[in-house]
Ligand binder design. Structure first.
Ligand code: GDP
Ligand code: IMO
Ligand code: MG
Length: 423
């Protein structure tokens, strides 16, 4: 496989896990490069459902190597729970098939407490984070006071660094009126987790460099989505990492000229979980999807906000990620509709936008300009080839791909592996 970066082209939960699992068949290595266990990537293998948070979705296929890259923020206790969950389901995870970067930053309990306390302090202006401590952990990384995986697995060093950090974090927590954390408790819990993960910890940058030299195919598993990117998203309603394609280089140590292709995953409609602008949000489609039991978050269980397909957003995603190919998921979610709207522009008064404004105050004022497309009102979930899809569904897919400005290569009409159409 050509080295492929897979990104979410919307606000996360586009179905990246499913597409990663499908594409992993042709890859040798799967690398997570950003985010932490705020992610929830769902993969079905037969009737068995797996939700991956930190471990790359490639782990479900035999003989593939999975890498948690340096750009990830890693909660070791969460990771051990995830490993235990996989073991119970019979998935073998070994130091051979899961490598963890020694320079990834560690999420600590005070990051989670600070995340929660800051959200509470923001009141109505909260971000709606997953409360996994992601923002405070990346904050410590940028402030150059973070604890890294190499520290965690070195007992004396970890004990000393942790002591200093707990003192500082408790001062911040006190200022926010939150309860302090216990150094002793964290030390015990994290030292136990460190023992489990130590055999997996290595210099993943060297490993990936050697792999590219040997021309092994690497799939870079994006987490979150383009509009949750710290630089390119709807700031401040974003996560704290670079979720876009550039993040795959910085978050793995593989240089840009070794990347061959960018695949953008998008739903046939739009969803977002948490606060922040969502121009095409719509009650009709929210009620429809929630009524079908769909669009509840895989990490926090929150109901996702739903809206019509937003081509202004996905066009922007094509631009900032350099998307070559598109995988459109959840087409089957639109199966019952007589008419489907697609947002092709934004309007504020007499001003029209064909791109995403950077200012979220302007974005909040944007009225979507819709084009209506006829629905196919046929169950698509049994389709296996392009020709099996109703003509109106094919037209819809062609239309949204054209509007997005990239080539449609995959259409997904259900969560299962076989519910995937390659073009
Ligand atoms: P990710 O975070 O991008 O990996 O996406 P999530 O796993 O959080 O959410 C996507 C949801 O859509 C999951 O429940 C998937 O099983 C499901 N899914 C993915 N593709 C399809 C599809 O084509 N049709 C249907 N019905 N479900 C899908
Ligand atoms: P996957 O990889 C959808 C959202 C949160 C919140 C914002 C900041 O499954 O697509 P954070 O906890 O990161 O500080 O929260 O980002 N968010 C996601 N939304 N899918 C995700 O991951 C997300 N990860 C974070 O809901 O709005
Ligand atoms: Mg998800």
């Amino acid at each position: 496989m050509a080295n492929t970066i897979l990104v979410g082209a919307q606000w996360g939960d586009e179905g990246k896990g499913k597409i990663i699992d499908v594409l992993t068949e042709a890859a040798d290595i799967v690398v997570r490069y950003a985010g932490g266990n705020n992610a929830g990537h769902t993969v079905f293998v037969g009737p068995q459902k797996y939700v991956l948070h930190l471990i790359p979705s490639g782990i479900l296929r035999k003989d593939k190597t999975c890498v948690i890259g340096n750009g990830v923020v890693l909660d070791p206790v969460g990771l051990v729970k995830e490993l235990d969950g996989l073991a119970k389901l019979g998935v073998a995870v070994t130091p051979e098939n899961l490598l963890i970067s020694e320079t990834a930053h560690v999420v600590l309990p005070y990051h989670r407490e600070l995340d929660g306390a800051r959200e509470l302090a923001k009141g109505k202006g909260k971000i709606g984070t997953t409360k996994r401590g992601i923002g405070p952990c990346y904050g410590d990384k940028a402030a150059r006071v973070g604890i890294r995986v190499m520290d965690l697995v070195s007992p004396d060093r970890f004990a000393a660094k942790l002591k200093l950090r707990v003192k500082d974090a408790n001062a911040h927590l006190k200022g926010l009126g939150a309860k302090p954390v216990s150094y002793k408790k964290i030390l015990a819990e994290y030292s136990a987790a460190a023992e489990v993960i130590r055999p997996h910890v290595t210099n993943t940058v060297r490993y990936l460099h050697d792999a590219t030299t040997a021309r092994r195919g690497i799939l870079f598993e994006g987490a979150q989505g383009t509009f949750l990117d710290l630089d390119h998203g709807t700031y401040p309603y974003v996560t704290s990492s670079n979720t876009t394609a550039g993040g795959a280089c910085t978050g793995s140590g593989v240089p840009p000229h070794k990347m061959d292709k960018v695949v953008g995953v998008m739903k046939a409609y739009t969803t977002r979980v948490g606060e922040g602008p969502l121009p095409t949000e719509n009650a009709e489609i929210s009620d429809l999807l929630h009524g079908m039991g769909r669009e509840f978050g895989s990490t926090t269980g929150r109901a996702r906000r739903c809206g019509w397909f937003d081509a202004v957003a996905t066009r922007h995603a094509t631009m900032v990620n350099g998307i070559d190919e598109l995988a459109v998921t959840n087409l089957d979610g639109l199966d019952t509709l007589a008419t489907i709207k697609v947002c092709t522009g934004y309007r504020v008064g007499a001003v029209t936008f064909d791109h995403m404004p950077n200012d979220i105050e302007i974005l909040a004022l944007c009225e979507p300009v819709y084009e209506e497309r006829p629905g196919w009102q046929t169950d698509t979930s049994g389709a296996r080839k392009w020709k099996d899809l109703p003509a109106k569904a094919r037209d819809y897919l062609k239309f949204i791909a054209e509007q997005t400005g990239a080539k449609l290569t995959i259409a997904s009409i259900g969560p299962a592996r076989e519910q995937t159409i390659f073009l």
